[in-house]
Write a protein that binds this ligand. Structure first.
Ligand code: GRF
Length: 220
């Protein structure tokens, strides 16, 4: 009997890469049946590239600032990604909008994590916006990527209850702790073939999900 092929995962980052680290750690611990085949960053100084190199993973800067035309950057990034021949592309704090051609080429095979309970608060500054709106809860969502920003079908959410006197840094810290749980979990579900995208529906074990899987922060 031949072993199932391990999922080839490419990760796109722009910054510190704490989510990348959580994925690297889960794979190293044997909790994820994946091979991280490369980490690409649009910012050559992103600390996440060092995290990749430290883990023996190919780190590939594609410096946005070295391109005069946006289209040339987009093409270079798409080429680098294609070189890695990924089964799954994971956006982990990648801060640029990918062109629809790239996104559509990986439909059902590209994930993002966005720090809100989508469809609430697509875009930036989600923590401040959730607090200003007087929300009772906030969180983070892993979703399939579609060309429209932060709008693709959601797979899993981590939800925290907003406390009295909650501050933005405190809320961010608790939500990010949840990201390090749910991102590896979502990737694991895909690696196991349990989660798929069928049209616009996320399917779990062959059945459409009515709503994303929700993991609540545990008190203490
Ligand atoms: C994460 O909090 C994620 O929600 C957002 O960007 C942040 C990236 O952080 N998309 P890191 O680079 O993984 O530390």
């Amino acid at each position: 009997m031949t072993a199932a092929r391990r999922l080839r995962v490419a990760v796109l980052i722009s910054g510190s890469g704490t989510n990348l680290q959580a994925i690297i750690d889960a794979a190293a611990a044997g909790d994820l049946e994946i091979d991280i085949v490369g980490v690409i960053s649009d910012r050559p100084k992103a600390y996440g590239l060092e995290r990749a190199a430290n883990a023996g993973i190919t780190a590939m800067p594609v410096d946005f600032k070295s391109f005069d035309k946006r289209a040339d950057f987009d093409a270079a990034l798409a080429d680098k990604l294609a070189e890695l021949a990924p089964d799954l592309v994971v956006l982990a704090g990648y801060m640029r909008i990918l062109p629809a051609t790239t996104v559509n080429g990986y439909r059902g095979r590209m994930l993002n994590i966005h720090p809100s309970l989508l469809p609430d608060f697509p875009g930036l500054d989600t923590y401040a916006r959730a607090l200003a709106a007087g929300k009772k809860s906030h969180g983070t969502t892993v979703h399939f990527v579609t060309p429209e920003l932060d709008s693709g079908p959601a797979i899993i959410q981590y939800r925290v209850h907003i406390r009295d006197q909650e501050t933005e840094p405190g809320l961010r810290q608790r939500v990010q702790a949840g990201e390090y749980i749910i991102y590896p979990q979502a990737i694991g579900l895909i690696a196991a073939g349990r989660v798929t995208l069928d049209g616009d529906s996320v399917c779990l074990d062959g059945k459409p999900l009515e709503q994303p899987i929700i993991i609540d922060e545990q008190p203490c």
